[in-house]
Design a binder for this molecule. Structure first.
Ligand code: ZN
Length: 484
């Protein structure tokens, strides 16, 4: 069947698609939970919160300043408010958080919370902080809590147990290539191939020509495959979290059916239709088929990747690779977007509503006390600088409260996504290029090539080359500056 040329999604859409909270469960509270329309359905115009204009010039973004640490607000939460979990999440193993006692001082905790992990709304977090530590409700019906003590002068250093290493913890180079021994997992976003339509990560300006079908998952996999041998030549040990146009999860939408029905019921849809085929666009999101597919490609898939990363690959760094997209317009009236920009994400900027979820609360605090952000930000900053040079792209500027600028480069934001929350190591999440920008679209259709070729009147390297080289240069710069 020929589908109309479309692309779905709001700006910064990839990140939206992988967000930590499912649309429908917290719609009213979470602006990150925007939902993409179904294949073939018209795309609504961007909301006022989504920038439609080209991004600002590089360097224009203000330098973030850590806010003064306010006295922690206090609020008594109803235990039921803190008991829910995000879809498909298991109960956290809270003893892993308790094990991180005495790893961080009160001042370090407050700075990490205010600078990275809070979304700045200064609403009471769902834990009690006192001078000696924090007491965190686990969300279970017995009202149990977990205590994490702050480190004080004279305490013996409690080194967190973890599988990833900072740059300074890697073995001395002794003249070897600069990435020697570094374990990198490349995570090409989405699934691609025959799943691109279900996961809504494709577009075309010419639906009658299959050679003009662009699936995001396929193109980022190409970049990862280009990158792997080059990083290995620099000494890195490189794995691909996904290495083909197939899901990592063994589950499929049919396996998600009962969970989908539960979610629809919770959202007030007591008798949801089975299929969205033939339904008007505004009704599709309330069908069992839509919800099941979303749980498959957005939740089950990311959870399966996290399992692989955390238990099998155990890397020092994950690089999540995406392409961005801009609002696309009505089906049948497509025009190319003038937007083209770059940004990188690190984990942080949690909404108060998100932290009321058991699993999210645990994962955020586990990341904070494990100090993953302390490694993530400088790596992301180094890669942002080199990617801005290799791509020539200006920074995307968020105007929504779900992301917070955390780097003076103007390119790096903190944001809570399922992938960068679940992978238990530093994660940088890349969003270069707007796929439905005319120049990007034609460069993606050109495919990879070596050297330079005439494109749009200029001799240029391939778009894949620019993507890969930006990552390589940033990693080389960072690890060269930090390794012994
Ligand atoms: Zn994406």
């Amino acid at each position: 069947m020929i589908r109309p040329p479309i692309l779905l999604v709001a700006t910064a859409a990839c990140a939206v698609m992988l967000g930590g909270v499912l649309p429908g469960t917290l719609q009213a509270q979470s602006p990150a939970s925007a939902t993409a329309p179904a294949p073939g359905m018209p795309v609504p115009p961007p909301s006022p919160a989504q920038p439609a204009a080209p991004a600002a010039t590089p360097g224009a973004a203000p330098v973030p300043q850590p806010p003064a640490v306010p006295a922690p607000p206090v609020r008594v939460f109803n235990p039921a408010e803190l008991s829910k979990r995000t879809p498909l999440a298991e109960a956290p193993n809270w003893s892993r958080l308790a094990d991180l006692s005495k790893t961080m001082t009160a001042e370090e905790f407050d700075l990490a919370w205010s600078t990275f992990f809070s979304d700045g709304r200064n609403e009471p977090p769902p834990w009690k902080r006192d001078a000696a530590g924090i007491t965190v409700p686990t969300g279970t019906s017995d009202g149990s809590t977990v205590r994490v003590e702050f480190r004080t002068a004279g305490d013996p250093l409690n080194q967190p147990k973890r599988t990833w290493r900072t740059a300074s913890e890697l073995p001395p180079l002794q003249g070897k290539p600069v990435l020697t021994g570094l374990r990198i997992a490349l995570d090409p976003g989405h699934i691609g191939g025959s799943f691109a339509k279900v996961e809504e990560r494709f577009f075309t300006m010419n639906p009658k020509d299959p050679t003009e079908f662009i699936a995001e998952g396929d193109h980022v996999l190409t970049v990862a495959q280009l990158l792997k041998p080059r990083l290995e030549a620099l000494g890195a040990i490189v794995s691909l979290v996904r290495d083909k146009q197939e899901p990592v999860t063994s589950q499929r939408p049919a396996d998600m059916r009962s969970t989908a029905i539960d979610i629809l019921h919770q959202n007030g849809h007591t008798n949801p239709p089975e299929s969205y085929v033939g339904l008007p666009a505004f009704q599709k999101m309330n069908t069992i088929q839509w919800e099941s597919e979303k749980l498959f490609y957005r939740v089950s898939e990311i959870r399966a990747r996290a399992q692989k990363v955390n238990t099998e690959l155990k890397p020092d760094l994950v690089i999540c690779m995406h392409l961005n997209a801009a609002p696309w317009g009505e089906a049948g009236e497509q025009v190319f977007s003038l937007e083209n920009h770059l940004h990188l994400l690190v984990n942080g900027c949690y909404a108060p509503e998100e932290l009321r979820m058991q699993d999210t609360r645990f994962e955020m605090l586990h990341r904070l006390f494990s100090r993953m952000h302390e490694e993530e930000l400088p790596i992301a900053t180094a890669v942002a600088k080199s990617m801005s040079q290799s791509t020539g792209l200006p920074p995307f500027v968020y105007v929504t409260p779900n992301a917070k600028l955390v780097s003076e480069t103007g390119y790096v934001y903190a944001r809570n996504l399922l992938a960068n929350r679940l992978y238990e190591c530093p994660v940088i999440y890349l969003e270069p290029f707007v796929m439905n920008n005319e120049d990007v679209y034609h460069r993606l259709l050109q495919g990879p090539y070596t050297g330079r070729t005439l494109t749009n009147g200029r001799l240029r390297s391939s778009i894949y080359e620019d993507y890969a080289q930006g990552i390589i240069d940033g990693l080389v710069n960072y690890y060269r500056s930090k390794r012994k």
